[in-house]
Design a protein around this ligand. Sequence first.
Ligand SMILES: Cc1ncc(COP(=O)(O)O)c(C=O)c1O
Length: 415
Amino acid sequence: MVFTLPSQTTTPLEPLGFSVPSKEYLVKQFVGKKLKDCRTPRLVVDRSVVKRNCEHIAAVGAKSGKKIRVHIKTHKTIEATEIQLDSAKTDAIVVSTLAEAYYVINSHLVSSGKLKDVLFGFPVSPDRFDDVYHLSTKVEKFCIFIDHDQTLDALEAYCQQRFGEGGAPKLNVYMKVECGNERAGAAINNDDSVNLARRLTTSPLLNVVGLYTHAGHSYASRDTNAAVNFLKSERDAALAYKKFLADNGVLFENISIGATPTVMAAGLVDSSELEGITELHAGSFVLNDRQQLATQLLDESGLAVTVLCRVASRYPERGSFLMDGGALGFSKDPAPQGGFGDIVGKPHWKLNKLAQEHSIVTEVPLEEFKHVNVGDVFRIVPNHCCLTAACYEFFLIIEENGDEVVDIWVPVRGW
Ligand SMILES: Cc1ncc(COP(=O)(O)O)c(C=O)c1O
């Protein structure tokens, strides 16, 4: 098919074309301050927990004998990416936006040799090819996802127009395949998928890296057994996919599987259970949250993120009080435990209601209510670390559950 190319859109080309708050300025403002003296709502990240969470994933990689690829979408910062690379012992990441790719590729992480392999983990649309080819020149290996042959039609049309016959440099590509998550990925037992796989592996424009699955549905795990079952079914789906293609004459070597629950589960099984899998990828494990707690694959010591909120008013007649935060401080993502967060040290209080800027805490026993005053600050464990972190233009960093700011991390936003 001859594809009519859309115009190219641009992510912030170098230097970043949209503003990222100045870390230098924020460090001067905040480092050394007590959390209670900071404007709320704010996202607080415990750097020592981030490091330990990454060390745990490195141990999973070592035990299973698999390469680890870490997702950076949870935090979108250079600092946490560096901890992930150092402590999870890898040089490979996944990004969910091209803005994230620009941010880390333009940082010292590439020039220092720590970051070598960047996967844009979202099926690429044809308006972004300019950015993809540009980024491919900036890091040792830049990979994309393709899961539909229209994308390949578009890529061929783009390369013909931009580079002429035979002139295009090769792009690294993973074929994204469906493993039960039903979000992105080409279907198994389908002629179109075989056709796509054949075109990918024979295209002069591409270097095929492997198959990639993402088990987002494993967030439904409510205990370690369930997570291990999700891991096994993701493994089986990926291996069945490889066999399905091989039976149709198309050979793929590498298989990357993962999501935080299935990679945590990979640490619980014998390495023989992962035969045929070459890479494990995960992201949320860096910060963790109530959704991850609900899987029972970790305990509170793995929680690296809280939202700092301040009491703005109190309503004793309703047994409730009002804090800042709101939907713009937490997101409205649910968790199996119900409500929007756990108030640290107050497990029986409920954060059940959010409006744009309002957080309503209810079910506070009268005896305890007497001690809640306007201006008090609380820390709340959010439901979903990725969406909550995305609410903030910078993060307050602490160490070992301390109450003093030791650094500021600035995430990149936008697409
Ligand atoms: C393509 C891809 N890979 C890996 C991950 C990491 O998953 P998790 O955050 O569950 O570890 C995600 C998360 O959405 C993803 O979209």
